[in-house]
Design a binder for this molecule. Structure first.
Ligand code: GLV
Ligand code: MN
Ligand code: MN
Length: 412
C-alpha cells in the first residue's frame, strides 16, 4: 500500500472528535485559546498518540511542539507539516487542528505503509497562531523563523494582564515534553494543510485548493484616553468621551477602507470600553484593527490614512495607533505548488489554484524554506465560528495529497 492508501479516514475523523472535546462549546465548536489549560490538554493528547507510535516529541523555547518520524539520513534536515491547535474564543474544531492532525495522520500512514524516507518527516503544532488571547498571532512560527524576538514575545500580556511567559511555563508544566533550547532549526521544506475558511472550493466543487500565496496582513491597537465623568451631570461640551472619539475614528476608517472591488479587508474585532459602567462617561477605549490586502503598497497607503484619521478625529481625547503585526504578502514556492497540484491530479482529485485570504503559520516558514499549502473545503466557507464544519472525505482527501507530497519531498 502507498502512503496515500494508508490514510485512515475514520481514524482522522475520530481524532478531530477527540480533540473537539478539549475546550468543547455547547454549539459544537471549541474555546481552546493559546496556552490555556485546554491547549495543554490538546498537547498531552497529541503526545499520547505519538508515544503509541514511538515517534520522538520535543518542544522549543516558545512551546512549538514537534513530532518526529526518523529518516534514514541522520544528518538530513526534516520535511515538516503542521498548523496550530489553539482556537478563537468561539472557534471551530477544524481551523488549525486539521493541519496538525493531517500531518500526524501522514506520519502514521507512512508508518502503516512501511514507507522509509531519507529525510525525517515531522508534524508540528505551532504556538498561538490565532493571536486572540496574546498578540501577535502566528507567534510560534514567527519566533521560529526569527521574525519576532523570543524575549519580546515572552513579555506579551493577555487582556487580563497574564504574562505569556507565565502561561507558557504553566502549559509546559501541565504538558511536559523534552525541551530543545532556543528556537529555529534547519528545515528542508514545509507543507501546511488547512480548511479553506472561505467558500470558493465548495462553490466550484473542488476538493483540493492548491495554495499559491497568502495576502499581507497588519494589525493595530488604537488607544483613546478620555476623562471619566458623571453621566447625569456632565454637559456634552465638557466631556472627554473616549467612546465618542472611538466611534468618530471607526466611522471614518470604515469609509476610508471601502474599495471598489472589495479586496481590502478591514475589521474592528475587539473594543474595550473602560470603566464599563452605564453611568460613567468612558475614560478609555482600546480597539483592534485587522487589515489585509494582497499588495503591500496598498496596506502601506492605508496605514498612513488610519494614522491621519486617528490624529484628526480623536480631539479632545489624546489617541494613538500602534502597529502590532506586519506580515508582507507571501508567495509560495513554485516547486511545492507544482507538487501539490501534481499529487492532487494523480489522486484524481478536482483541484484549483487559489491564494489564501487568511493568515497561516506557513507565511513565516516560507521565509526559511520551500513552502506550500493544501486547502480542503469547509461548509459554506464558514470559519472563526463554532459551527465550522468539513466532511471526513474531504479531510482525508487533503491528507492523501499531503502524505504524497511529504514523501516526495523527503525522498527527493
Ligand atoms: C488566522 O486565523 C487569521 O486571522 O488569518
Ligand atoms: Mn488557522
Ligand atoms: Mn483562525
Amino acid at each position: 500500500m502507498s502512503g496515500a492508501e494508508s490514510v485512515n479516514q475514520q481514524r482522522l475523523w475520530q481524532r478531530h472528535a477527540d480533540m473537539a472535546k478539549l475546550g468543547g462549546t455547547p454549539k459544537g465548536g471549541v474555546n481552546r485559546q493559546a496556552l490555556s489549560p485546554e491547549d495543554a490538554a490538546a498537547r498531552n493528547q497529541l503526545m499520547a498518540w505519538a508515544k503509541v507510535r514511538g515517534f520522538e516529541v520535543f518542544t522549543d523555547a516558545i512551546g512549538n511542539l514537534f513530532v518526529r518520524r526518523a529518516g534514514s539520513d541522520t544528518a538530513a534536515a526534516p520535511v515538516v507539516s503542521g498548523s496550530h491547535m489553539d482556537s478563537q474564543p468561539t472557534g471551530g474544531r477544524f481551523d488549525g487542528m486539521y493541519g496538525v492532525l493531517a500531518a500526524f495522520e501522514a506520519l502514521e500512514a507512512l508508518e502503516d505503509a512501511g514507507v522509509a524516507t531519507k529525510r525525517p518527516v515531522m508534524a508540528v503544532a505551532w504556538t498561538n497562531e490565532e493571536g486572540s488571547r496574546f498578540q501577535p498571532g502566528a507567534m510560534g512560527s514567527a519566533v521560529f523563523a526569527g521574525h519576532y524576538k523570543l524575549d519580546d514575545m515572552l513579555q506579551q500580556k493577555d487582556w487580563k494582564g497574564v504574562l505569556l511567559k507565565d502561561a507558557l511555563a504553566e502549559t509546559l508544566q501541565t504538558a511536559p515534553a523534552p525541551a530543545r533550547p532556543g528556537t529555529g532549526f534547519a528545515l528542508d521544506s514545509y507543507v501546511e494543510a488547512h480548511i479553506e475558511q472561505g467558500p470558493r472550493l465548495e462553490n466550484e466543487r473542488k476538493t483540493i485548493g492548491v495554495v499559491t500565496a497568502i495576502q499581507g496582513s497588519r494589525r493595530y491597537i488604537v488607544t483613546i484616553d478620555g476623562e471619566e465623568a458623571h453621566a447625569g451631570t456632565t454637559p456634552r461640551a465638557a466631556r472627554k468621551d473616549a467612546y465618542a472619539a472611538a466611534t468618530r475614528i471607526a466611522a471614518a476608517m470604515y469609509e476610508a477602507t471601502t474599495d471598489a472591488d472589495d479586496t481590502l479587508r478591514f475589521t474592528i474585532g475587539r473594543v474595550e470600553v473602560a470603566p464599563g459602567s452605564p453611568n460613567t462617561v468612558p475614560g478609555k477605549v482600546v480597539f483592534t484593527i485587522d487589515m489585509r490586502h494582497p499588495r503591500n503598497d496598498v496596506l502601506e497607503a492605508h496605514e498612513k490614512t488610519l494614522e491621519a484619521i486617528v490624529a484628526a478625529k480623536a480631539a479632545p481625547c489624546p489617541a494613538g495607533i500602534e502597529r502590532v503585526t506586519n506580515v508582507a504578502p507571501t508567495d509560495f514556492d513554485p516547486k511545492v505548488i507544482g507538487l501539490v497540484r501534481d499529487k492532487a491530479q494523480a489522486l484524481g482529485l478536482a483541484n484549483m489554484d487559489m491564494p489564501s485570504g487568511a493568515g497561516h503559520d506557513a507565511m513565516h516558514i516560507a521565509r526559511l524554506c520551500p513552502t506550500g499549502m493544501i486547502f480542503v473545503p469547509c461548509e459554506r466557507g464558514i470559519s472563526h465560528n463554532e459551527i465550522e464544519n468539513a466532511t471526513p472525505q474531504d479531510l482525508a482527501a487533503g491528507t492523501r495529497v499531503l502524505v504524497e507530497v511529504l514523501e516526495a519531498l523527503a525522498n527527493r
